[in-house]
Design a protein around this ligand. Structure first.
Ligand SMILES: [Zn+2]
Ligand SMILES: [Zn+2]
Length: 453
């Protein structure tokens, strides 16, 4: 029996041995998988700390230890963009490395705008936020690592037209938070400092306790205020995260970038954010705020030797559309269209000593004049759409544009990206005059200015 059992057991043991081997292999594979997942989580967490997707959520969900080190977070859900999306061209490929910094900034912002407008076109919610997500996915954020001080290509006076633009460049990586700072993730590179360390603040006038005198600012720390309602303090602020980061700037004499938000009718977001330069944190203290809760205060002073401020809390001039042509500097012609356009197109010349008007020998036209030797192809039959062209799969004109519409129905029609040729709908199309694919055929709707300078 024993022998039998032994014989009977023998295959079992082999099986067990082999299953131990298989298990080891499996375990190894599982360990490897777990390691890869961890790496991925770390990568995404790192990215998230670079770009915070929505600070309103962060206030509720993202927690950090009091010393500012992030607690382990689950990876953010990176929303997939619409199906059939155009592939992002990464702006920082080998060729672009030598680009002048200002051009890099422009290129990065153009790419972001394209993503933003594509999301608008796809009718996604929070298209600005999703545009930033697409930029992260494409590794197209110009400054993905936080930097102390000025960023190349972004001068004092630079205007951002949304908070999303600031995220897309890597200038201020928080969507809503006023203070952007280096977390413990930067420990190795900045071992001489205590982290967190603030790099940038945005003043949007959302704290009732802020005091802004342009060159000297008393800035209120973050937290404890009613984000969505009347913006009043509803609890005490704590010396953690951004607040701790600003305290460290004070202790280590590290300057922070200061950007001010202003209401601006001519911006498509109705807001504009102007970079006002570097400020040092002179001192900080805790006090009872207007609402009776503890708030942290920081006295900021603008560093010497920077270009003069173009903005202050009272008066925001740059970026405003002049209300009359008399306000335009270097005006040489009030309207180069000679009254042909609904809005006049002024011309300015800030270069020539005795400024020359562009109107001599210049004729403004509103229609096409075709040279006699140019043969115009027979007119196409147009598309069969009704009302406005919306289905790029069915619209014959969309097909001519490479299968998508060049314009998005936003601000009365915006071109998503620059193109060599745009095929608009014409007289043989079934769509009506309000079709977005007829944007350039509508009358002039924006203020234009011809600048010689
Ligand atoms: Zn059509
Ligand atoms: Zn058409």
């Amino acid at each position: 029996m024993a022998g039998k059992r032994k014989r009977a057991n023998a295959p079992d043991q082999t099986e067990r041995r082999s299953s131990v081997r298989v298990q080891k292999v499996r375990q190894k594979a599982l360990d490897e998988k777990a390691r890869l997942v961890q790496e991925r989580v770390k990568l995404l967490s790192d990215r998230k700390s670079e770009i915070c997707v929505d600070d309103t959520e962060l206030h509720e969900k993202e927690e950090e230890n009091v010393d500012g080190s992030p607690k382990r977070r689950s990876p953010p859900k990176l929303t997939a963009m619409q199906k059939g999306k155009q592939k992002l061209s990464v702006s920082l490929n080998g060729k672009d490395v030598n680009l002048e910094p200002h051009l890099k900034v422009t290129k990065c912002l153009r790419l972001f705008n394209k993503q933003y407008l594509l999301c608008v076109q796809a009718k996604l919610s929070r298209p600005d936020l999703k545009g930033v997500t697409e930029m992260i996915k494409a590794k197209a954020i110009l400054y993905p690592r936080k930097i102390i001080g000025d960023l190349p290509g972004i001068d004092v006076g630079h205007r951002f037209f949304s908070r999303a633009e600031m995220c897309a460049v890597g200038f201020h990586n928080h969507w809503l938070n006023g203070i952007d700072y280096m977390s413990m993730e930067y420990e190795k590179e900045y071992s001489n400092y205590k982290l967190p360390l603030a790099v940038s603040i945005v003043m949007s006038g959302q704290y009732e306790d802020d005091l802004d005198n342009a060159d000297t600012v008393t800035y209120t720390g973050q937290g404890g205020h009613n984000l969505t309602g009347n913006k009043r303090q509803i609890k005490d602020q704590l010396l953690e995260r951004g607040n701790l980061a600003l305290k460290h700037c004070c202790e280590y004499n590290v300057p922070v970038r200061v950007t001010r938000g202003h209401n601006c009718k001519s911006s498509y977001t109705k807001r504009v954010y102007t970079y006002d330069g570097l400020y040092k944190v002179e001192k900080f203290w805790a006090q009872k705020g207007v609402s009776g809760f503890t708030v942290y205060k920081y006295r900021l002073k603008r560093l010497e030797g920077q270009p003069e401020l173009t903005t202050d809390q009272v008066n925001f001039v740059a970026g405003r559309i002049p209300t009359s042509t008399s306000e335009i500097e270097g005006l040489v012609c009030e309207d180069i269209s000679g009254g042909l356009e609904f809005k006049g197109i002024p011309a300015t010349n800030r270069v020539d000593d005795s400024p020359v008007s562009p109107t001599s020998g210049f004729t403004y036209i509103k229609s096409l004049i075709i040279e006699p030797n140019v043969i115009i192809p027979k007119s196409s039959t147009g598309c069969n759409c009704r009302g406005s062209c919306t289905d790029s799969k069915k619209c014959a004109c969309a097909k001519l544009n490479g299968g998508n519409f060049p314009y998005v129905d936003l601000n009365d029609g915006r071109l998503i990206e620059s193109r060599d040729v745009v095929f608009e709908c014409g007289p043989h199309c079934g769509c009506g005059p309000k079709c977005v694919n007829r944007t350039s055929q509508k009358r002039l709707r924006f203020n234009l200015e011809v600048c010689i300078g």
